[in-house]
Design a protein around this ligand. Structure first.
Ligand code: FAD
Length: 524
Protein backbone atom coordinates (compact mmCIF):
# COMPACT_ATOMS: atom_id res chain seq x y z
CA UNK A 1 0.00 0.00 0.00
CA UNK A 2 1.32 3.47 -0.90
CA UNK A 3 0.94 6.06 1.86
CA UNK A 4 0.52 9.60 0.59
CA UNK A 5 1.86 11.28 3.69
CA UNK A 6 2.46 14.55 1.90
CA UNK A 7 -1.19 14.88 0.82
CA UNK A 8 -3.00 16.14 3.88
CA UNK A 9 -6.39 17.60 3.04
CA UNK A 10 -8.66 19.60 5.30
CA UNK A 11 -11.54 17.28 4.46
CA UNK A 12 -11.98 14.04 2.56
CA UNK A 13 -15.56 13.56 1.35
CA UNK A 14 -16.43 9.97 0.43
CA UNK A 15 -19.13 9.88 -2.27
CA UNK A 16 -20.31 12.50 -4.78
CA UNK A 17 -24.10 12.01 -4.45
CA UNK A 18 -26.56 14.32 -2.71
CA UNK A 19 -24.88 14.19 0.68
CA UNK A 20 -21.31 14.41 -0.65
CA UNK A 21 -21.78 17.14 -3.25
CA UNK A 22 -23.83 19.37 -0.96
CA UNK A 23 -21.65 19.01 2.14
CA UNK A 24 -18.60 19.88 0.02
CA UNK A 25 -20.04 23.19 -1.17
CA UNK A 26 -19.74 25.25 2.04
CA UNK A 27 -16.35 23.64 2.70
CA UNK A 28 -14.99 24.62 -0.71
CA UNK A 29 -16.56 28.08 -0.41
CA UNK A 30 -14.79 28.59 2.92
CA UNK A 31 -11.44 27.89 1.25
CA UNK A 32 -10.85 24.38 2.59
CA UNK A 33 -8.72 21.91 0.66
CA UNK A 34 -11.30 19.24 -0.09
CA UNK A 35 -10.74 15.86 -1.73
CA UNK A 36 -13.80 13.97 -2.98
CA UNK A 37 -13.52 10.23 -3.53
CA UNK A 38 -16.05 8.68 -5.88
CA UNK A 39 -16.33 4.98 -6.55
CA UNK A 40 -17.68 5.42 -10.09
CA UNK A 41 -16.75 7.39 -13.20
CA UNK A 42 -18.39 10.23 -15.10
CA UNK A 43 -21.40 8.99 -17.08
CA UNK A 44 -20.44 9.77 -20.69
CA UNK A 45 -22.62 12.07 -22.81
CA UNK A 46 -24.01 10.58 -25.99
CA UNK A 47 -26.95 8.88 -27.68
CA UNK A 48 -26.66 5.74 -25.49
CA UNK A 49 -28.27 7.81 -22.72
CA UNK A 50 -31.52 7.82 -24.71
CA UNK A 51 -31.51 4.07 -25.48
CA UNK A 52 -34.82 2.90 -23.93
CA UNK A 53 -33.24 -0.43 -22.88
CA UNK A 54 -29.46 0.03 -22.49
CA UNK A 55 -29.85 3.56 -21.10
CA UNK A 56 -31.75 2.25 -18.06
CA UNK A 57 -29.52 2.76 -15.04
CA UNK A 58 -29.31 -0.87 -13.96
CA UNK A 59 -28.04 -1.81 -17.43
CA UNK A 60 -25.36 0.90 -17.63
CA UNK A 61 -21.77 0.55 -16.37
CA UNK A 62 -22.72 2.99 -13.57
CA UNK A 63 -24.70 0.26 -11.83
CA UNK A 64 -22.12 -1.92 -10.15
CA UNK A 65 -22.53 -5.35 -8.63
CA UNK A 66 -18.80 -5.39 -7.75
CA UNK A 67 -19.85 -4.83 -4.13
CA UNK A 68 -23.17 -6.67 -4.29
CA UNK A 69 -25.49 -6.99 -1.34
CA UNK A 70 -27.33 -10.27 -1.03
CA UNK A 71 -30.88 -9.31 -0.09
CA UNK A 72 -32.92 -11.65 2.08
CA UNK A 73 -36.61 -10.87 2.05
CA UNK A 74 -38.72 -13.61 3.55
CA UNK A 75 -37.91 -16.68 1.43
CA UNK A 76 -36.53 -14.84 -1.61
CA UNK A 77 -32.94 -13.81 -2.30
CA UNK A 78 -31.45 -11.50 -4.91
CA UNK A 79 -28.41 -9.25 -5.27
CA UNK A 80 -28.63 -5.47 -5.05
CA UNK A 81 -25.89 -3.26 -6.52
CA UNK A 82 -25.35 0.47 -6.18
CA UNK A 83 -25.46 3.30 -8.67
CA UNK A 84 -21.82 4.42 -8.64
CA UNK A 85 -20.92 7.40 -10.81
CA UNK A 86 -19.94 11.05 -10.44
CA UNK A 87 -23.12 12.64 -9.06
CA UNK A 88 -24.42 9.27 -7.84
CA UNK A 89 -27.97 8.24 -8.74
CA UNK A 90 -28.92 11.91 -9.27
CA UNK A 91 -27.72 11.40 -12.86
CA UNK A 92 -30.52 8.87 -13.34
CA UNK A 93 -33.13 10.18 -10.96
CA UNK A 94 -36.61 11.55 -11.65
CA UNK A 95 -35.86 15.04 -10.30
CA UNK A 96 -38.72 15.06 -7.75
CA UNK A 97 -37.38 17.55 -5.19
CA UNK A 98 -39.74 17.46 -2.21
CA UNK A 99 -39.30 18.94 1.23
CA UNK A 100 -40.45 16.78 4.13
CA UNK A 101 -43.58 18.09 5.82
CA UNK A 102 -43.12 20.01 9.08
CA UNK A 103 -44.86 17.15 10.97
CA UNK A 104 -42.38 14.59 9.58
CA UNK A 105 -39.82 15.88 12.07
CA UNK A 106 -42.14 14.78 14.91
CA UNK A 107 -43.17 11.29 13.73
CA UNK A 108 -46.15 9.69 15.49
CA UNK A 109 -45.96 6.52 17.60
CA UNK A 110 -47.61 4.54 14.77
CA UNK A 111 -44.48 5.12 12.66
CA UNK A 112 -41.78 5.11 15.36
CA UNK A 113 -42.98 1.91 17.05
CA UNK A 114 -40.32 0.73 19.51
CA UNK A 115 -37.41 2.02 17.38
CA UNK A 116 -36.74 5.11 19.49
CA UNK A 117 -36.35 7.18 16.29
CA UNK A 118 -36.26 10.89 17.03
CA UNK A 119 -35.25 13.82 14.82
CA UNK A 120 -32.61 15.95 16.56
CA UNK A 121 -33.68 19.12 14.72
CA UNK A 122 -36.88 20.63 13.36
CA UNK A 123 -38.24 21.63 9.99
CA UNK A 124 -37.54 25.27 10.87
CA UNK A 125 -33.85 24.44 11.45
CA UNK A 126 -33.65 22.88 7.98
CA UNK A 127 -35.81 25.39 6.10
CA UNK A 128 -33.08 27.84 4.98
CA UNK A 129 -31.03 24.90 3.70
CA UNK A 130 -34.01 23.51 1.78
CA UNK A 131 -34.27 26.94 0.15
CA UNK A 132 -30.58 26.89 -0.82
CA UNK A 133 -30.77 23.31 -2.12
CA UNK A 134 -33.75 24.28 -4.31
CA UNK A 135 -31.78 27.22 -5.66
CA UNK A 136 -28.72 25.09 -6.44
CA UNK A 137 -30.84 22.48 -8.20
CA UNK A 138 -33.01 25.04 -10.02
CA UNK A 139 -36.24 23.51 -8.72
CA UNK A 140 -39.48 24.52 -10.47
CA UNK A 141 -42.65 24.42 -8.38
CA UNK A 142 -45.76 26.31 -7.41
CA UNK A 143 -46.40 27.20 -3.77
CA UNK A 144 -49.87 27.31 -2.24
CA UNK A 145 -51.50 24.32 -3.98
CA UNK A 146 -50.42 21.44 -1.72
CA UNK A 147 -52.54 21.33 1.46
CA UNK A 148 -49.70 19.70 3.43
CA UNK A 149 -47.01 22.13 2.27
CA UNK A 150 -44.67 23.37 4.99
CA UNK A 151 -43.87 27.11 5.28
CA UNK A 152 -41.26 28.55 2.90
CA UNK A 153 -38.92 31.51 3.31
CA UNK A 154 -38.55 32.03 -0.45
CA UNK A 155 -40.53 31.29 -3.58
CA UNK A 156 -39.50 28.38 -5.81
CA UNK A 157 -36.53 29.46 -7.96
CA UNK A 158 -38.42 28.61 -11.16
CA UNK A 159 -42.03 28.27 -12.31
CA UNK A 160 -43.26 25.08 -13.93
CA UNK A 161 -44.29 24.92 -17.59
CA UNK A 162 -47.89 24.24 -18.65
CA UNK A 163 -49.29 20.79 -17.92
CA UNK A 164 -49.10 18.11 -20.61
CA UNK A 165 -52.60 17.04 -21.72
CA UNK A 166 -52.36 13.69 -19.87
CA UNK A 167 -51.36 15.49 -16.66
CA UNK A 168 -54.35 17.81 -17.05
CA UNK A 169 -56.64 14.79 -17.31
CA UNK A 170 -55.20 13.39 -14.09
CA UNK A 171 -55.66 16.76 -12.36
CA UNK A 172 -59.31 16.88 -13.46
CA UNK A 173 -59.92 13.30 -12.28
CA UNK A 174 -58.41 14.09 -8.87
CA UNK A 175 -60.37 17.33 -8.56
CA UNK A 176 -63.61 15.48 -9.34
CA UNK A 177 -62.87 13.40 -6.23
CA UNK A 178 -62.48 16.61 -4.20
CA UNK A 179 -58.67 16.23 -4.00
CA UNK A 180 -56.00 18.93 -4.29
CA UNK A 181 -53.49 17.94 -6.98
CA UNK A 182 -50.38 20.14 -7.15
CA UNK A 183 -47.23 20.50 -9.22
CA UNK A 184 -44.36 18.16 -8.30
CA UNK A 185 -41.37 20.33 -7.35
CA UNK A 186 -38.94 19.31 -10.09
CA UNK A 187 -35.18 19.72 -10.49
CA UNK A 188 -35.78 19.71 -14.17
CA UNK A 189 -36.21 22.17 -17.02
CA UNK A 190 -39.17 20.92 -19.04
CA UNK A 191 -38.61 23.65 -21.61
CA UNK A 192 -35.44 21.98 -22.89
CA UNK A 193 -36.94 18.97 -24.59
CA UNK A 194 -39.60 16.35 -24.93
CA UNK A 195 -38.92 13.03 -23.22
CA UNK A 196 -40.67 9.67 -23.17
CA UNK A 197 -38.65 8.15 -20.33
CA UNK A 198 -36.81 10.14 -17.66
CA UNK A 199 -36.72 8.46 -14.27
CA UNK A 200 -34.02 5.74 -14.50
CA UNK A 201 -32.18 7.35 -17.46
CA UNK A 202 -29.32 9.84 -17.72
CA UNK A 203 -30.54 12.98 -19.45
CA UNK A 204 -29.79 13.35 -23.16
CA UNK A 205 -31.34 16.79 -23.57
CA UNK A 206 -29.71 18.83 -20.81
CA UNK A 207 -33.06 19.11 -19.02
CA UNK A 208 -32.30 17.30 -15.77
CA UNK A 209 -30.63 19.33 -13.05
CA UNK A 210 -28.47 16.58 -11.60
CA UNK A 211 -25.38 16.97 -9.44
CA UNK A 212 -22.92 16.07 -12.21
CA UNK A 213 -24.18 18.93 -14.37
CA UNK A 214 -25.16 21.55 -11.75
CA UNK A 215 -23.09 21.19 -8.60
CA UNK A 216 -19.91 19.20 -9.15
CA UNK A 217 -18.54 21.48 -11.92
CA UNK A 218 -19.05 24.41 -9.54
CA UNK A 219 -17.14 22.54 -6.81
CA UNK A 220 -14.25 21.77 -9.15
CA UNK A 221 -14.13 25.40 -10.25
CA UNK A 222 -13.93 26.34 -6.57
CA UNK A 223 -10.88 24.11 -6.03
CA UNK A 224 -12.32 20.70 -5.11
CA UNK A 225 -10.13 17.77 -6.09
CA UNK A 226 -12.32 14.96 -7.42
CA UNK A 227 -10.99 11.44 -7.74
CA UNK A 228 -13.41 9.23 -9.67
CA UNK A 229 -12.94 5.45 -9.81
CA UNK A 230 -11.61 5.47 -6.24
CA UNK A 231 -13.25 3.31 -3.57
CA UNK A 232 -12.84 3.95 0.15
CA UNK A 233 -12.38 0.53 1.73
CA UNK A 234 -11.37 1.29 5.31
CA UNK A 235 -11.29 4.16 7.77
CA UNK A 236 -8.37 3.92 10.14
CA UNK A 237 -9.14 5.40 13.59
CA UNK A 238 -6.89 5.94 16.57
CA UNK A 239 -7.65 7.58 19.92
CA UNK A 240 -11.04 8.90 18.83
CA UNK A 241 -9.97 10.30 15.44
CA UNK A 242 -9.85 9.05 11.88
CA UNK A 243 -6.19 9.10 10.90
CA UNK A 244 -6.36 7.62 7.41
CA UNK A 245 -8.64 6.49 4.61
CA UNK A 246 -7.56 3.39 2.77
CA UNK A 247 -8.68 3.49 -0.84
CA UNK A 248 -8.62 1.20 -3.85
CA UNK A 249 -7.75 3.01 -7.07
CA UNK A 250 -9.76 1.14 -9.70
CA UNK A 251 -7.77 2.61 -12.60
CA UNK A 252 -4.29 1.76 -11.27
CA UNK A 253 -5.60 -1.29 -9.36
CA UNK A 254 -3.68 -0.38 -6.25
CA UNK A 255 -4.35 0.55 -2.65
CA UNK A 256 -3.33 3.82 -1.05
CA UNK A 257 -3.80 5.62 2.20
CA UNK A 258 -4.99 9.23 2.26
CA UNK A 259 -5.08 11.61 5.19
CA UNK A 260 -7.15 14.61 6.19
CA UNK A 261 -8.09 16.67 9.22
CA UNK A 262 -11.59 15.26 8.94
CA UNK A 263 -13.59 12.75 6.94
CA UNK A 264 -17.18 13.13 5.77
CA UNK A 265 -18.81 9.88 4.79
CA UNK A 266 -21.49 10.24 2.09
CA UNK A 267 -21.40 6.89 0.31
CA UNK A 268 -25.16 6.25 0.58
CA UNK A 269 -27.32 4.41 3.10
CA UNK A 270 -25.98 0.98 2.07
CA UNK A 271 -22.28 1.74 1.48
CA UNK A 272 -21.73 4.04 4.48
CA UNK A 273 -22.76 1.58 7.22
CA UNK A 274 -20.90 -1.10 5.26
CA UNK A 275 -17.69 0.94 5.42
CA UNK A 276 -18.17 1.81 9.10
CA UNK A 277 -18.72 -1.86 10.01
CA UNK A 278 -15.82 -2.95 7.79
CA UNK A 279 -13.60 -0.45 9.62
CA UNK A 280 -14.60 -1.82 13.04
CA UNK A 281 -15.92 1.57 14.16
CA UNK A 282 -19.14 0.31 15.76
CA UNK A 283 -17.22 -0.39 18.97
CA UNK A 284 -16.11 3.27 19.18
CA UNK A 285 -19.70 4.58 19.10
CA UNK A 286 -22.12 4.78 22.05
CA UNK A 287 -24.91 3.52 19.75
CA UNK A 288 -22.63 1.28 17.69
CA UNK A 289 -25.11 -1.61 17.68
CA UNK A 290 -27.54 0.59 15.68
CA UNK A 291 -25.10 0.98 12.76
CA UNK A 292 -26.55 -0.75 9.71
CA UNK A 293 -29.96 -1.14 11.40
CA UNK A 294 -33.30 0.64 10.90
CA UNK A 295 -32.87 0.43 7.12
CA UNK A 296 -35.88 2.07 5.43
CA UNK A 297 -36.63 2.38 1.71
CA UNK A 298 -40.28 3.45 1.49
CA UNK A 299 -43.00 0.97 0.55
CA UNK A 300 -43.53 1.99 -3.07
CA UNK A 301 -45.58 0.82 -6.02
CA UNK A 302 -46.31 1.94 -9.56
CA UNK A 303 -49.95 1.82 -10.64
CA UNK A 304 -50.18 1.76 -14.43
CA UNK A 305 -53.21 2.29 -16.66
CA UNK A 306 -53.47 1.21 -20.30
CA UNK A 307 -55.01 3.58 -22.83
CA UNK A 308 -56.46 2.28 -26.14
CA UNK A 309 -55.33 5.61 -27.67
CA UNK A 310 -51.77 6.69 -26.75
CA UNK A 311 -52.20 9.02 -23.73
CA UNK A 312 -49.17 11.19 -24.56
CA UNK A 313 -49.03 11.42 -28.37
CA UNK A 314 -47.04 14.67 -28.10
CA UNK A 315 -44.21 12.74 -26.37
CA UNK A 316 -44.06 15.29 -23.53
CA UNK A 317 -42.36 14.96 -20.18
CA UNK A 318 -45.29 14.38 -17.83
CA UNK A 319 -44.02 13.60 -14.34
CA UNK A 320 -45.83 16.76 -13.21
CA UNK A 321 -48.60 16.26 -10.67
CA UNK A 322 -48.78 14.91 -7.12
CA UNK A 323 -51.49 14.36 -4.52
CA UNK A 324 -50.90 14.66 -0.79
CA UNK A 325 -54.52 14.53 0.42
CA UNK A 326 -53.81 11.15 2.08
CA UNK A 327 -50.35 12.06 3.41
CA UNK A 328 -51.65 12.15 6.98
CA UNK A 329 -54.16 9.32 6.57
CA UNK A 330 -57.29 8.36 4.71
CA UNK A 331 -60.67 8.60 6.50
CA UNK A 332 -61.95 5.81 4.25
CA UNK A 333 -59.38 3.16 5.14
CA UNK A 334 -55.80 2.13 5.79
CA UNK A 335 -53.71 2.40 8.94
CA UNK A 336 -54.22 5.30 11.33
CA UNK A 337 -52.05 8.36 10.83
CA UNK A 338 -49.47 8.89 8.12
CA UNK A 339 -49.56 7.21 4.70
CA UNK A 340 -47.54 9.17 2.15
CA UNK A 341 -47.55 10.65 -1.32
CA UNK A 342 -49.05 9.83 -4.73
CA UNK A 343 -47.20 11.22 -7.77
CA UNK A 344 -47.35 10.96 -11.51
CA UNK A 345 -44.84 8.79 -13.36
CA UNK A 346 -44.06 8.54 -17.05
CA UNK A 347 -44.37 5.49 -19.32
CA UNK A 348 -43.06 2.16 -17.93
CA UNK A 349 -39.32 1.98 -18.66
CA UNK A 350 -38.43 -0.63 -21.33
CA UNK A 351 -35.03 -1.11 -19.68
CA UNK A 352 -36.71 -1.87 -16.36
CA UNK A 353 -39.05 -4.37 -17.99
CA UNK A 354 -36.30 -6.08 -20.01
CA UNK A 355 -33.62 -5.85 -17.32
CA UNK A 356 -33.18 -9.59 -16.69
CA UNK A 357 -33.42 -10.77 -20.32
CA UNK A 358 -31.28 -7.85 -21.56
CA UNK A 359 -28.47 -8.83 -19.20
CA UNK A 360 -28.61 -12.45 -20.34
CA UNK A 361 -28.86 -11.53 -24.03
CA UNK A 362 -25.86 -9.17 -23.80
CA UNK A 363 -23.77 -12.16 -22.75
CA UNK A 364 -24.85 -14.00 -25.93
CA UNK A 365 -23.09 -11.37 -28.09
CA UNK A 366 -24.30 -10.08 -31.51
CA UNK A 367 -27.31 -12.36 -31.91
CA UNK A 368 -28.37 -11.67 -28.34
CA UNK A 369 -28.23 -7.89 -28.91
CA UNK A 370 -30.31 -8.27 -32.09
CA UNK A 371 -32.91 -10.25 -30.14
CA UNK A 372 -32.88 -7.63 -27.42
CA UNK A 373 -33.50 -4.85 -29.96
CA UNK A 374 -36.41 -6.86 -31.41
CA UNK A 375 -37.92 -7.28 -27.94
CA UNK A 376 -37.47 -3.58 -27.25
CA UNK A 377 -39.17 -2.66 -30.52
CA UNK A 378 -42.05 -4.96 -29.54
CA UNK A 379 -42.60 -3.53 -26.05
CA UNK A 380 -41.89 0.17 -26.68
CA UNK A 381 -45.25 0.87 -28.42
CA UNK A 382 -47.12 -0.93 -25.62
CA UNK A 383 -45.20 1.03 -22.96
CA UNK A 384 -46.21 4.29 -24.68
CA UNK A 385 -49.86 3.32 -24.24
CA UNK A 386 -49.37 3.14 -20.50
CA UNK A 387 -48.76 5.77 -17.86
CA UNK A 388 -49.71 6.09 -14.25
CA UNK A 389 -49.06 7.03 -10.66
CA UNK A 390 -46.45 6.06 -8.11
CA UNK A 391 -47.32 5.69 -4.45
CA UNK A 392 -44.68 6.37 -1.80
CA UNK A 393 -45.70 5.03 1.60
CA UNK A 394 -43.65 5.93 4.64
CA UNK A 395 -42.15 2.77 6.14
CA UNK A 396 -41.31 2.10 9.77
CA UNK A 397 -37.78 1.91 11.15
CA UNK A 398 -37.27 -1.73 12.29
CA UNK A 399 -34.29 -2.99 14.27
CA UNK A 400 -34.32 -6.21 12.22
CA UNK A 401 -34.02 -4.43 8.85
CA UNK A 402 -30.33 -4.12 8.41
CA UNK A 403 -27.16 -4.29 6.45
CA UNK A 404 -24.59 -6.56 8.11
CA UNK A 405 -21.18 -8.03 7.36
CA UNK A 406 -21.05 -11.63 6.20
CA UNK A 407 -18.61 -13.96 7.85
CA UNK A 408 -15.35 -14.19 5.88
CA UNK A 409 -14.52 -13.20 2.33
CA UNK A 410 -13.92 -9.90 0.56
CA UNK A 411 -15.08 -8.55 -2.79
CA UNK A 412 -12.96 -7.47 -5.77
CA UNK A 413 -12.05 -4.09 -4.26
CA UNK A 414 -11.22 -5.49 -0.83
CA UNK A 415 -14.40 -4.71 1.11
CA UNK A 416 -15.67 -7.50 3.36
CA UNK A 417 -18.90 -8.94 1.94
CA UNK A 418 -22.16 -7.60 3.36
CA UNK A 419 -25.84 -8.53 3.04
CA UNK A 420 -29.24 -6.98 3.60
CA UNK A 421 -32.07 -8.42 5.67
CA UNK A 422 -35.36 -6.62 5.11
CA UNK A 423 -39.07 -7.21 5.69
CA UNK A 424 -41.88 -4.67 5.61
CA UNK A 425 -44.15 -4.41 8.65
CA UNK A 426 -47.87 -5.05 8.30
CA UNK A 427 -48.39 -1.34 8.69
CA UNK A 428 -46.00 -0.54 5.81
CA UNK A 429 -47.91 -2.89 3.52
CA UNK A 430 -51.30 -1.58 4.66
CA UNK A 431 -50.17 2.02 4.04
CA UNK A 432 -49.06 1.13 0.52
CA UNK A 433 -52.31 -0.77 -0.14
CA UNK A 434 -54.36 2.26 0.98
CA UNK A 435 -52.46 4.58 -1.37
CA UNK A 436 -52.67 2.07 -4.25
CA UNK A 437 -56.45 1.93 -3.79
CA UNK A 438 -56.64 5.74 -4.06
CA UNK A 439 -54.27 5.81 -7.07
CA UNK A 440 -56.53 3.29 -8.82
CA UNK A 441 -59.60 5.43 -8.06
CA UNK A 442 -57.93 8.53 -9.52
CA UNK A 443 -56.69 6.75 -12.67
CA UNK A 444 -60.05 5.01 -13.04
CA UNK A 445 -61.66 8.42 -13.57
CA UNK A 446 -59.26 9.47 -16.33
CA UNK A 447 -61.15 9.11 -19.63
CA UNK A 448 -59.94 6.04 -21.56
CA UNK A 449 -57.78 4.65 -18.73
CA UNK A 450 -57.94 0.99 -17.70
CA UNK A 451 -55.87 0.20 -14.62
CA UNK A 452 -53.94 -2.90 -15.58
CA UNK A 453 -50.84 -3.33 -13.49
CA UNK A 454 -49.53 -2.66 -9.99
CA UNK A 455 -45.77 -3.07 -9.77
CA UNK A 456 -44.41 -3.28 -6.22
CA UNK A 457 -40.99 -1.64 -6.10
CA UNK A 458 -38.22 -3.99 -4.91
CA UNK A 459 -35.15 -1.76 -5.21
CA UNK A 460 -33.40 0.15 -2.45
CA UNK A 461 -33.28 3.39 -4.43
CA UNK A 462 -34.84 5.31 -1.48
CA UNK A 463 -32.64 3.67 1.18
CA UNK A 464 -32.23 5.75 4.36
CA UNK A 465 -31.76 5.40 8.10
CA UNK A 466 -28.83 3.02 8.66
CA UNK A 467 -26.60 5.42 10.65
CA UNK A 468 -29.26 7.59 12.16
CA UNK A 469 -28.96 10.93 13.88
CA UNK A 470 -30.73 11.60 17.15
CA UNK A 471 -30.48 13.35 20.51
CA UNK A 472 -29.96 10.13 22.54
CA UNK A 473 -26.32 8.94 22.44
CA UNK A 474 -27.45 5.40 23.35
CA UNK A 475 -29.83 5.09 20.41
CA UNK A 476 -28.38 7.22 17.59
CA UNK A 477 -24.83 6.88 16.21
CA UNK A 478 -24.86 10.52 14.97
CA UNK A 479 -25.45 13.71 16.93
CA UNK A 480 -27.60 16.60 15.72
CA UNK A 481 -24.88 17.77 13.31
CA UNK A 482 -24.27 14.24 12.03
CA UNK A 483 -20.98 13.89 13.86
CA UNK A 484 -20.18 10.22 14.49
CA UNK A 485 -20.32 9.78 18.25
CA UNK A 486 -16.95 8.65 19.60
CA UNK A 487 -14.89 9.87 16.60
CA UNK A 488 -14.46 13.64 16.73
CA UNK A 489 -13.46 14.20 13.09
CA UNK A 490 -15.95 11.90 11.33
CA UNK A 491 -19.37 12.91 9.92
CA UNK A 492 -22.01 10.93 7.97
CA UNK A 493 -24.28 13.02 5.74
CA UNK A 494 -25.97 10.76 3.18
CA UNK A 495 -29.46 9.29 3.56
CA UNK A 496 -28.18 7.11 6.41
CA UNK A 497 -28.72 10.00 8.82
CA UNK A 498 -32.54 10.07 8.50
CA UNK A 499 -34.27 8.74 11.64
CA UNK A 500 -37.55 8.20 9.74
CA UNK A 501 -38.23 8.11 6.02
CA UNK A 502 -41.15 10.55 5.65
CA UNK A 503 -43.59 10.03 2.80
CA UNK A 504 -41.85 11.85 -0.07
CA UNK A 505 -38.71 11.27 -2.17
CA UNK A 506 -35.64 11.81 0.03
CA UNK A 507 -33.00 13.62 -2.08
CA UNK A 508 -33.83 17.25 -1.23
CA UNK A 509 -33.82 16.46 2.50
CA UNK A 510 -30.42 14.75 2.20
CA UNK A 511 -29.14 17.74 0.21
CA UNK A 512 -30.48 20.33 2.67
CA UNK A 513 -29.08 18.51 5.70
CA UNK A 514 -25.67 18.14 4.03
CA UNK A 515 -25.58 21.90 3.37
CA UNK A 516 -26.51 22.48 7.03
CA UNK A 517 -23.71 20.19 8.26
CA UNK A 518 -21.23 21.59 5.72
CA UNK A 519 -21.89 25.15 6.91
CA UNK A 520 -21.41 24.09 10.53
CA UNK A 521 -18.14 22.26 9.78
CA UNK A 522 -16.86 25.18 7.70
CA UNK A 523 -17.43 27.50 10.67
CA UNK A 524 -15.82 25.17 13.22
C1 FAD B 1 -33.59 5.57 -10.71
C2 FAD B 1 -33.69 6.42 -9.49
C3 FAD B 1 -34.58 7.49 -9.47
C4 FAD B 1 -34.70 8.28 -8.34
N1 FAD B 1 -35.54 9.37 -8.37
C5 FAD B 1 -35.59 10.19 -7.30
C6 FAD B 1 -36.37 11.39 -7.34
O1 FAD B 1 -37.03 11.71 -8.33
N2 FAD B 1 -36.36 12.19 -6.24
C7 FAD B 1 -35.64 11.86 -5.12
O2 FAD B 1 -35.69 12.62 -4.16
N3 FAD B 1 -34.91 10.76 -5.06
C8 FAD B 1 -34.84 9.92 -6.12
N4 FAD B 1 -34.05 8.81 -6.07
C9 FAD B 1 -33.34 8.52 -4.81
C10 FAD B 1 -32.11 9.40 -4.67
O3 FAD B 1 -31.31 9.29 -5.82
C11 FAD B 1 -31.35 8.97 -3.42
O4 FAD B 1 -32.21 9.11 -2.32
C12 FAD B 1 -30.12 9.83 -3.20
O5 FAD B 1 -29.26 9.82 -4.30
C13 FAD B 1 -29.36 9.35 -1.97
O6 FAD B 1 -28.34 10.29 -1.69
P1 FAD B 1 -27.10 9.90 -0.79
O7 FAD B 1 -26.28 11.09 -0.59
O8 FAD B 1 -27.62 9.14 0.38
O9 FAD B 1 -26.28 8.82 -1.63
P2 FAD B 1 -26.01 8.72 -3.18
O10 FAD B 1 -26.61 9.85 -3.89
O11 FAD B 1 -26.35 7.33 -3.57
O12 FAD B 1 -24.43 8.92 -3.27
C14 FAD B 1 -23.50 7.98 -2.80
C15 FAD B 1 -22.26 8.07 -3.67
O13 FAD B 1 -21.19 7.42 -2.99
C16 FAD B 1 -20.45 6.63 -3.91
N5 FAD B 1 -19.81 5.55 -3.14
C17 FAD B 1 -20.41 4.46 -2.60
N6 FAD B 1 -19.50 3.73 -1.93
C18 FAD B 1 -18.32 4.37 -2.05
C19 FAD B 1 -17.02 4.09 -1.57
N7 FAD B 1 -16.77 3.02 -0.79
N8 FAD B 1 -16.02 4.94 -1.91
C20 FAD B 1 -16.25 6.03 -2.70
N9 FAD B 1 -17.50 6.34 -3.17
C21 FAD B 1 -18.50 5.52 -2.84
C22 FAD B 1 -21.50 6.13 -4.88
O14 FAD B 1 -20.91 5.75 -6.07
C23 FAD B 1 -22.42 7.35 -5.01
O15 FAD B 1 -22.00 8.20 -6.04
C24 FAD B 1 -33.91 7.99 -7.20
C25 FAD B 1 -33.01 6.92 -7.21
C26 FAD B 1 -32.89 6.15 -8.35
C27 FAD B 1 -31.90 5.01 -8.35
Amino acid sequence: MTALRSSVYDTIVIGSGFGGAMVALPLVESGQRVLMLERGDWVPEGPQRADPVRGFFQLTPAYTLETAYEVRQRKRRHHEGICACVGGPSVFYGGAAFRLRREDFHPPAQIVGNSGAEWPFSYDDLEPHYARAEMLLGVAGRAGEDPTEPPRSAPYPRSPVALAPISRRIVEAAQEMGLHPFRIPLAFDERSGACLYCDGYACHSGSKHDLASRVIPRLIEGGLELRPATVAIRLEARRGRVVGVEVYDRTKRERRELRAERVVLAAGALASPHLLLASGLASENSAGDAIGRYLMRHCNAFVYAFFPKAPNPEGLHHKQVAINDFYFGDPEGGPADKLGNIQQVMHPQPGGILRGPARRLARAGGLGRALERAMARAIAPASLRMTGLQVIAEDQPRWENRIELERGGADAVGLPRARIAHAYTERDLAARAALVRRAKQILGRVPGAHVVHVHEVETFSHAVGTVRAGPDPRRAPLDEFCQFRGIANLYVVDGSFMPTSGGVNPSLTIAANALRVGERVARS
